[in-house]
Write a protein that binds this ligand. Structure first.
Ligand code: ATP
Length: 635
């Protein structure tokens, strides 16, 4: 299908570049001929080759006809020369990252034809000449980075409604910073002979604004939105610390009991492999023999899953969504053997092995209060969401008594099990104890810290974590860009599922508002934005908060899950900020990350973003597009 061929084409293109450590220099044949991916191939939508050891000039005709490209990232290579005129044909391009190469000459005019651009990074090259007024043609820009070049002259009056990242530091610029850019931090202008705005006043000018203060974590980022972030005072921070310490002591007791109980449960629960057939058959026949007990996991015995009575499902079919071909049908699902992957807020998920050899994930929904029409509309909309970082809904089944969703299976488990081990849901309330006795607070024995070693879980280095953060953010951004009414509603680490190569895919979007009553789920609480009182009323800003918590989880390897039945446990954002005030490095980050000293600054940048996302006031949180951009800027 189209999607498969699109991705195959892109992969082939990438494989061609990497094959035999292929070097892109001018004497090579044009990459257009490689592996059958032709110059005019309009299926490739993204070309991302950061640090791919490419050098030389980009030959004319190499990229210009790949007109479906929306993103080109060639950062950290050794490309030189300029961008050829054919670049102007990439009219769909939204992201262009060429930083840290050896491009030279004046800012290439073809760039100003790329009117869809939202992020442009030309930093760390050898561009010279003035910053052209033509930049004002790129009205959609919200990130413009020209730092570390040889640009000279004055900064023109640049007016962008959405700009939040701007940097011209370390060039040869002079003169006064235009009023339109005066809210931007001084660090974005240093290394020039500039004055005004956040820098020292120009001679005879008294109208300077005060430069923004450093954020609690020591980093700044640009926001032209009104209302700055609230900074914690020293008193507030020490208050947090004392509160956290008292909280820890109380929670320590609870945790010991919980850890003990959870370990016992973990030992007692056997793996379940069974046929899907009984319950699905019953759904088809409309049997009504057992009361609804769907909130319990099915037992290992071969008794059918209890299905509430109701309408007859005979004749109803699987409805395939999006671009997915009808390659199996309900009968195939009925014959499949299934294994329980887990039980969540909206239902139980099974991995179903079809007889034809295909494996799918089947989610059996409970408590759907939407009408059939509403349900179908919702599923059709979810099925139409087509992005490499979203778990694709392949098909759904609707009858009065049974609602099934069939997803592609993402094979490498969830981020939650990767960070915390399969059955462990450690509470941050365990942290005080854990850091003392050398465990990470996991309620299972699957993950623990001894000295500086983490054992019992997959190693997860900094690069992989950053990549997971970026790809998850892109998946969520895609949902948000569908419109202001679109949000995920349940972002947490068990809903980030990984492929064998650790590509992150976001699952379960759009399911939080299917039921008539909000589902209490302790595992979602730690991610929920403070303003959310009804989980069915989701918002994009609440998603951003949850994503901030997820980033903190990724960096600390602490679960945001609060201790059940405890009202005074400390949430992860509060803990991070309070402990950060005392000792950042050693107390906050996962010990596994601390081994990578080179990445420390980058880790701090990601943590700063996490803190910004978890701002208490929704309007102070960045948009997901800003989040993606800021992660992409992290070296
Ligand atoms: N398509 C899939 N491929 C592989 N694993 C999946 C897939 N969908 C879900 N899972 C895994 O199955 C388990 C149960 O998922 P499920 O969505 O039912 O619950 P949850 O994510 O824990 O909670 P919630 O329902 O609130 O999202 C989770 O560990 C999840 O990572």
């Amino acid at each position: 299908d189209d999607l498969a061929s699109d991705r195959a084409a892109l992969l082939a293109f990438r494989a061609a570049v990497f094959r035999d450590n292929h070097r892109w220099n001018t004497s090579d044949p044009s990459p257009c001929a490689w592996d059958g991916v032709t110059c005019s191939d309009n299926r490739v939508t993204e070309l991302r080759l950061p640090g791919a050891d490419l050098f030389g000039q980009i030959p004319h005709g190499t990229l210009g006809n790949l007109t479906a490209l929306t993103a080109v990232s060639l950062r950290y290579n050794l490309l030189y020369g300029t961008l050829q005129q054919d670049f102007a044909a990439l009219v769909n391009l939204r992201l262009l990252h060429l930083q840290n190469n050896r491009f030279s000459g004046e800012i290439p005019p073809p760039i100003f034809a790329l009117r869809q651009l939202v992020r442009l990074n030309l930093g760390g090259n050898l561009f010279h000449g003035v910053i052209p007024q033509d930049f004002n043609k790129l009205t959609n820009l919200y990130a413009l980075l020209l730092d570390r070049n040889r640009l000279s002259g004055e900064i023109p009056d640049l007016r962008y409604p959405n700009l939040f990242l701007f940097n011209v530091s370390f060039n040869h610029l002079n003169g006064s910073i235009p009023s339109s850019l005066r809210g931007i931090p001084a660090s974005s202008f240093i290394g020039n002979s500039l004055c005004g705005g956040p820098l020292a006043a120009c001679p005879g000018d008294n109208s300077n604004l005060v430069a923004p203060a450093l954020s609690p974590l020591g980093y700044t980022h640009i926001s032209n939105k009104s209302g700055g972030k609230k900074k914690l005072s020293a008193g507030e921070i020490s208050g947090f610390s004392i509160g956290a310490a008292v909280g820890f002591l109380i929670l320590l007791l609870l945790l010991t009991v919980l850890c003990f109980r959870a370990r016992k449960e973990g030992e007692a629960k056997p793996k379940e492999v069974r046929k899907l057939q009984p319950e699905a058959e019953m759904a088809l026949r409309g049997r009504r023999d057992t009361p609804d007990k769907k909130t319990e996991l099915p037992s290992v015995a071969s008794s059918p899953l209890p299905v509430s009575g109701g309408a007859n499902g005979v004749g109803r079919k699987l409805v395939f969504t999006g671009k997915v071909q009808r390659i199996y049908d309900l009968q195939d699902l009925l014959r499949a053997s299934a294994e329980v992957l887990g039980k969540g807020t909206s239902g139980t998920t099974y991995k179903a092995m079809l007889e034809m050899g295909m494996v799918v994930a089947v989610k059996r929904l409970r408590d759907v209060s939407l009408s059939e029409k509403e349900f179908r509309e919702r599923m059709d909309a979810i099925g139409a969401m087509d992005h490499p970082n979203l778990v694709a809904l392949q098909a759904y089944y609707y009858s009065k008594d049974e609602k099934l969703l069939v997803y592609e299976v993402v094979p490498n488990g969830s981020l939650s099990s990767l960070l915390h081990g399969k059955h462990s849901f450690p509470s941050i309330s365990c942290l005080a104890k854990c850091q003392r006795d050398g465990t990470d607070g996991s309620s299972s024995s699957s993950s623990f810290v001894v000295g500086n070693k983490v054992s019992g879980r997959e190693p997860l280095d900094w690069e992989t974590r950053l990549e997971i953060a970026l790809r998850s953010a892109r998946g969520i951004e895609f949902i948000h860009l569908k419109g202001s009414g679109f949000s995920h509603g349940n972002i947490k680490s068990s809903n980030i599922i990984l492929t064998k190569t650790y590509d992150a895919c976001v699952s379960d979007f759009g399911l939080s508002s299917l039921g008539s009553v909000p589902m209490p789920d302790q595992r979602s609480v730690g991610y929920r934005a403070p303003e959310v009182t009804d989980v069915r009323k989701v918002s994009q800003k609440a998603d951003v908060y949850s994503f901030g918590v997820l980033l903190m989880e990724l960096l600390t390897a602490k679960s945001p899950t609060q201790t059940p039945h405890s009202d005074d446990s400390v949430d992860l954002p509060t803990w991070v900020q309070s402990v950060a005030a005392v000792n950042w490095r050693t107390e906050v980050f996962d010990v596994e990350l601390l081994r990578d000293e080179k990445a420390e600054e980058a880790m701090m940048q990601l943590m700063q973003l996490a803190v910004d996302c978890a701002a208490l006031v929704p309007n102070h949180r960045p948009s997901m597009s800003e989040v993606v951009a800021r992660i992409e800027e992290i070296p």
